[in-house]
Design a protein around this ligand. Structure first.
Ligand code: C2O
Length: 578
């Protein structure tokens, strides 16, 4: 214990120094070695409750180490990271390391009932993984119920010592983690939404680093501010940790240059606004090259679905030039209209990898998954209270019209220990019915918008070269869905509007972005490619939390390959029990 906290302090205070350097491997080939780290960094996460006062109310929220947002995990590329999570709260918890590819460490991935059972109150679990060939901006978040509404924090991974950024070194960097604040317990909120059969209420506020900003009630002084020196360039690490909303961000009078998306470098892209779906991270450079003043940073809604209710008040922070008078007039930030799909698609189309590695040009596994919402027939008692979805039905969501149901012990344990009866391996590789997905709603059969329900996985042979088309449907309403894949980054080789048509789709096999979350365009499609070379069970789901609760999810099982470097190790001894 003592030793742990000493090491943590040492590592925290020396972000760019290696704490230990037991480099015990030589790189022989691509994956022909264990993904052990150059250095090891220890963290201790105490999950506990703390009082916060926001929007005129004080209440208890679950956080980590009494911080909100939670502590930043710092590391360098190839470091080994060990985080002991101690659950001192009254609720189940797991932590997911979003964007970390978890090479040969699926047991530490964190989604509840997928790779582990939850850490129960009073229990602990130690996550252990390597930032293997990864650097940039990531985040960690709870992966149980809607707990990530308050349990989240940034992960910042620097390049190896002596390796520069592929852009001029910024004067300073700041992390902006975007969220949604709910004036109620988020775990109860999920239960209430599911029990109602209807949609979720809007968040009570959008927040930047936990601060709603002055437009919200009782929040005049509850804002986030970056103090800048005129003429200097700043690196902003933007993270969307919101539960249910995609968000636009902008800084008044300042352009942003995107240099990294989902912790992989991109060719520089100059933008006025940026849209982040939950689960997306971007690094942008901002030059303080405007007249000395106080500029707003604004965070507001992007909502591409029809007839949805959402929070429409922007969260405001400040980009404050030194020398600007405290009371000087503020330059207002302009956000796009909430449904401005053009800006979203032009940003996406402009996203290009800086360097491309491991892009499979030949494909041996072709998959096609539809994504969207469903309305199930009301089969509940007390329909007035429990079937509040459209037309007196119950909201659901699905991939290939299958709504995912979590099993009672984790899929990874069921798979590894060959326990029967917890899942089936028949998740379809293509939709069971082909129709006009975008315009042909209601879905399969006229007026039948029901989905199938089940715990189905799709099995991939080790090393499969996969192309997956993600196709939005108009079953209930077309909508941009941020689809996140665990265990991999993927190459976004194409996207477009309407139904995917292989004859006309233009694919970029030159410099596609390498990301882990793709905002599939509203009423459109995205084509992604990856090599299934990481054995384990990997969740793929919409990162809008309510869609995941409704079943917009599935899991891949990636089989072992040959030999120890292609085989999932045995589970850690302290893996929580259900
Ligand atoms: Cu950040 Cu399964 O999610």
């Amino acid at each position: 214990m003592k030793r742990h906290s000493f090491v943590t302090a040492l590592c925290l205070s020396s972000v760019l120094l290696s704490c230990f350097a037991p480099t015990a491997f030589a790189a022989i080939g691509r994956y022909k070695r264990w993904p052990v780290g150059g250095s090891t960094r220890f963290y201790e996460f105490k999950v506990n409750t703390m009082k916060v006062t926001k929007l005129c109310h004080t209440r208890d929220i679950v956080t980590v180490n009494g911080l909100y947002p939670g502590p930043v995990v710092y590391a360098q590329e190839d470091d080994r990271v060990i985080v002991k999570v101690i659950n001192e709260a009254q609720t189940n918890v797991t932590i997911h390391w979003h964007g970390i590819r978890q090479r040969l460490s699926c047991w530490s991935d964190g989604p509840s009932y997928i790779t582990q059972c939850p850490i129960q109150p009073g229990q602990s679990f130690t996550y252990e993984f390597t930032m293997y060939q990864q650097k940039g901006t990531f985040f960690w978040h709870a992966h149980v119920s809607w707990l990530r509404g308050t349990v989240y924090g940034a992960i910042v991974v620097y390049p190896k010592t002596g390796v520069p950024y592929p852009f001029p070194y910024p004067y300073e960097e700041h992390t902006l983690i975007f969220g949604e604040y709910w004036d109620m317990d988020v775990v109860k909120l999920e239960k209430a939404v599911l029990a109602s059969g209807g949609g979720p209420p809007p968040a009570d506020a959008f927040i930047i680093n936990g601060h709603p900003g002055p437009i919200y009630n009782c929040s005049t002084n509850d804002f986030y501010q970056i103090n800048v020196v005129p003429g200097k360039t700043y690196l902003l690490r933007l993270i969307n940790a919101a539960l249910n909303m995609e968000q636009f961000f902008s800084i008044s009078n300042h352009k942003m240059t995107i240099v990294e998306a989902d912790a992989e470098y991109t060719k520089p892209q100059l933008v006025d606004h940026i849209m982040l779906g939950p689960g997306q991270t971007y690094n942008v450079l901002v030059k303080a090259d405007q007249p000395i003043a106080k500029y707003e940073m604004a965070l507001g809604p992007y909502m591409s679905a029809q007839n949805a209710t959402f929070q429409n008040i922007s969260s405001i922070g400040y980009f404050h030039y030194s020398g600007a008078a405290i009371n000087s007039l503020t330059q207002q930030a302009l956000l796009p209209q909430f449904n401005n799909n053009q800006i979203v698609s032009s940003n996406l189309n402009g996203l290009r990898s800086l360097n491309v590695t491991n892009l499979p040009l030949e494909i041996d596994t072709n998959l096609f998954f539809t994504i969207g919402l469903n309305i199930q027939n009301c089969n509940r008692q007390n329909p007035n209270k429990t079937c509040q979805g459209p037309n007196g039905g119950i909201f659901a969501a699905s991939m290939n019209n299958v709504s995912f149901v979590k099993p009672t012990i984790s899929l990874l344990q069921a798979y590894y220990n060959m326990i029967n009866g917890l899942y089936t391996s028949d998740f379809p590789g293509v939709p069971l019915k082909i129709y006009d997905f975008v315009n042909g709603a209601p879905n399969n059969i006229p007026n039948n918008t029901n989905s199938l329900i089940g715990t189905k996985v799709h099995v991939l042979e080790y090393g499969s070269k996969v192309q997956l088309i993600l196709q939005d449907t108009g079953t209930v309403s077309t909508e941009n869905h941020p689809i996140h894949l665990h265990g991999f980054s993927f190459h976004l080789v194409g996207s477009g509007s309407g139904n995917y048509n292989p004859a006309t789709a233009q694919l970029n096999l030159v410099d596609p972005p390498y990301i882990n979350t793709i905002g599939v365009p509203v009423g459109g499609w995205a084509a992604i490619r990856f090599i299934a070379d990481n054995p384990g069970v990997w969740f793929m789901h919409c990162h809008l939390e309510v869609h995941m609760s409704w079943g917009l999810a599935m899991a891949f099982i990636v089989k072992n390959g040959v030999g120890p470097f292609e085989t999932l190790p045995h589970p850690p001894a302290d893996l929580p029990r259900c």
